[in-house]
Design a protein around this ligand. Structure first.
Ligand code: CS2
Ligand code: MG
Length: 402
């Protein structure tokens, strides 16, 4: 079997997605997600101009060698654009492999290690009352785990609070929106939110929270300590993780589990965090993390050091990534949890899929490959329009992390 062609599609059913389709000389094709939120067309160019010419004629079963060719063969290796492009090719090749062998992806990854994949949903509210109410809606929908985000008293807006329910989409058309931030107001408020959530819903529901890169290590240590009575499943992205060693400051002060890594794209981004057990969950997923080929290696390293996976699953990762991640999640031993932000119905029509949700778990389905298709005719109806993620400034105007 040989790769005979590949095409990149950009579509915007409620938000922008970039999709790669790899065609073979035996009629089997594979689909990969190549979406980089807010920088979509950079990956389109990278794929069309530099990657697709290199894979034509190759055997799609040689996913490891093709991964190495695209990774080591790029002198300026790594980075979000390169690794997203490599991930898209890798997802498509594993999809081809599954279809050609007529098996679901998980059976190429070691088979099922569990009956289902526990997921968490996103509850958020503009104020405490609404956030608490939204968590209840997810509990009523059968979720065993819920991420709670809330507007912060005294701040006009903040991360994670949707304009409409269920479909939180931070990327907006036009120039970047400006959010205003105060760590002090945030740190004074969030423990109260989780105390109220525990008082309202008891001890069993898993509660999660995303700090979205906004604290310093000592502020993160203070937050972790103050949240200990409410035993969260994790606090995520408490600080930016370039100085991986910085997590030791947080680790030494709190037992609240730490999750990080949705922006990581290389195993080297995780090395110190994992090998020195500075985190509990790794958020990297197949779209940013170079596809299944690299994610299997990352999971294997993490397994040695008590670190579990917690794959990113936001709306800006297409159903192709969700499906690929579910096959990965159900097969590895050190699975932790999977994020599941529901896409819109329009998106699901463009990406018909075989995965499903029931009673707090997701199931990848048994279709050959990853089980997601791409409706090109429908996709054409939703043209791309540039959209930016917001930016964030402190109360005094200082540029900060969004
Ligand atoms: C968030 C993401 O889901 C999460 O944990 O951090 O929604 C993130 O804001 C987006 O993926 C950015 O594109
Ligand atoms: Mg996050």
């Amino acid at each position: 079997m040989k790769i005979k062609d590949a095409k990149v599609y950009v579509t915007c059913p409620d938000r922008n997605f970039v999709t790669l389709k790899v065609f073979t000389d035996e009629g089997v094709y594979g689909i990969g997600d190549a979406t980089l939120n807010g920088r979509e067309l950079s990956v389109v160019t990278y794929l069309e101009e530099y990657v697709i010419p290199l894979i034509i004629g190759k055997d799609p079963f040689q996913s490891e060698d093709i991964w190495q060719y695209l990774y080591r063969g790029e002198y300026w290796r790594g980075g979000a654009v390169t690794m997203t492009a490599i991930a898209a090719v890798d997802m498509a090749l594993w999809d081809i492999k599954g279809k050609a062998l007529n098996v679901p992806l998980y059976n190429l990854l070691g088979g099922k290690s569990r009956f289902g994949v526990m997921v968490y949903g996103h509850a958020n509210g503009k104020d405490m009352e609404e956030a608490i109410d939204e968590v209840g809606k997810y509990v009523d929908m059968g979720y065993l785990a819920v991420r709670a985000q809330c507007g912060i008293p005294g701040l006009p807006s903040t991360y994670g609070v949707a304009k409409e329910k269920l479909f939180y989409e931070p990327a907006q058309k036009g120039l970047p929106q400006e959010n205003i931030w105060s760590s002090e107001k945030y740190l004074n408020f969030i423990p109260i939110l989780f105390q109220k959530l525990r008082d309202t819903y008891g001890e069993d529901v898993h509660l999660l929270h995303d700090v979205h890169h906004r604290l310093t290590p000592t502020e993160a240590a203070r937050l972790g300590k103050n949240l200990e009575p409410y035993h969260l499943f994790w606090i995520e992205d408490v600080v930016t993780a370039e100085p991986q060693e910085g997590f030791r400051i947080i680790r030494e002060h709190t037992t609240t589990p730490l999750a990080v890594g949705e922006v990581f794209h290389d195993i080297w981004d995780t090395q110190v965090l994992i090998t020195q057990q500075l985190i509990d969950y790794l958020r990297m997923t197949v779209l940013r993390g170079g596809g299944l080929t690299q994610m299997r290696k990352v999971a294997a390293l993490a397994e040695l050091f008590h670190v579990r996976t917690g794959c990113h699953g936001a709306t800006d990762l297409s159903p192709v990534t969700m499906a690929s991640a579910l096959h990965f999640d159900i097969s590895i031993n050190n699975f932790g949890i999977q994020e599941f932000m529901r896409h819109t119905e329009k998106t699901y029509e463009v990406f018909p899929h075989s995965y499903s949700f029931k009673d707090g778990y997701m199931y990848p389905g048994d279709a050959p490959g990853h089980g997601v298709d791409f409706n090109e005719d429908l996709a054409k109806k939703y043209p791309y329009e540039r959209a930016y993620l917001p930016i964030n400034r402190k109360l005094d105007g200082t540029m900060w992390n969004w």
